[in-house]
Write a protein that binds this ligand. Sequence first.
Ligand code: 13P
Length: 248
Amino acid sequence: MARKLAAGNWKMNGLKASLTEATALAEMFPAPSVDILLCPPFTLVGAMADALSGSKVAVGGQDCHTNSSGAHTGDISAEMLVDAGCGYVILGHSERRADHGETDALISAKTVAAIEAGLVAVVCVGETLEQREAGETLAVIRSQLAGSLPDSVDLAKLVIAYEPVWAIGTGKIPTLEQIAEVHDDMRATLSDRFGGGAADIPLLYGGSVKPTNADEIFATSNVDGALVGGASLKAADFSGIVTALENA
Ligand code: 13P
């Protein structure tokens, strides 16, 4: 059985004052039965890790470079995230694929770097609306998984997030049948490639997850948690999603 994970992606949101949302969340869950993760922008990573140290809420980055150091202006390495107190990093989010032209091959190299540095890599995949309407969803997800994951990977350090691009920030979610179809197919694809250990890889759903729809999403086949954007910014909202996962 895969561990359950409620992960928040703050994207390019949050100033120092927002750290109180993170500490409020930690206070609500002193002994959670699921893993909880917040991924703030880089400017807040260190301060959030310090504020949450000793709590049950982990901190992660939203990207990292393939190299551990060097002449790469504006980039952050996996080692730097570990040094700042991170345990995780999101890789290959559709916004990075779109905004920064990240390819499957680059994401695979980042995954290697992140896991070598000791981070858990949360690797994101997801189809566009055009691809779904063309009936290409499963082929797109299989291809992204094939290209974005290295052959040799410590499965205990891997999380996959299925985020349909058209469901991100739109308030639209796939039907539960559509989510189950993709998650079941991802589990089978990962098992074919990596063997029995793939049963333990947490498979997150992401895209317009709210406290109001979390229960039914978490009851869906092969959904082990969520990667949450907007509803992770406020402890009052994200706590409802964490509770739904604890009760799933
Ligand atoms: P929303 O929850 O705001 O739709 O964002 C989802 C997402 O992209 C998380 O990485």
